[in-house]
Ligand binder design. Structure first.
Ligand SMILES: [Zn+2]
Length: 161
């Protein structure tokens, strides 16, 4: 029996015109607004990275990538996920990521047409088969039209020992 660990992460950014909207490492086509952020503002990757770290009680991305550090300005969030994975590999070299399940809440544009692209990109980034990447796209029903929000859970397996 493997040791199982789950992690949960959440992230949100305000949206403003004239910026690309990046989610899961994909620049969303046709987005009129993008995230206001110190990094590239990829709420989905930020939620995933926090979930990855949380499963191993390794803190959060705010701790590992302080937004007061000028070196992180405009940071590609794929590097945040890669760093999280490195930290976990140091802690638990035999651990295997088994699954990720995420919810993205965004009013516009509709993300459904981009599901397969985002899922494939996220799967590639996490070394997972695409059928282990579950993506749910929601709108806020007008409650938070100026925000993008993401929540993610991950499951890890590691040999007991
Ligand atoms: Zn963020």
């Amino acid at each position: 029996m493997d040791d199982l660990r789950i992690g949960f992460g959440e992230d949100a950014h305000r949206l403003a015109p004239g910026r690309p909207l990046t989610l899961g490492g994909v620049v969303v086509p046709g987005a009129e607004r993008g995230a206001i952020a110190h990094s590239d503002g990829d709420a989905l990757l930020h939620a995933v990275a926090d979930a990855l770290l949380s499963a191993w009680a390794l803190g959060d991305i705010g701790q590992h990538f302080p937004d007061t550090d000028a070196a992180h300005a405009g940071l590609d969030s794929r590097a945040i996920v890669a760093r999280a994975r490195t930290l976990i590999a140091e802690r638990a070299p035999d651990a295997r990521l088994a699954q990720v399940s995420a919810v993205v809440t965004l009013d516009r544009p509709k993300l459904g047409p981009h599901r397969s692209t985002v899922a494939a990109t996220l799967a590639g980034l996490l070394d997972l088969p695409v059928d282990r990447v579950g993506l749910t796209f929601k709108t806020s029903e007008g409650l938070a039209p100026d925000h993008v929000q993401a929540r993610a859970t991950v499951l890890w397996r590691a040999p007991v020992g």
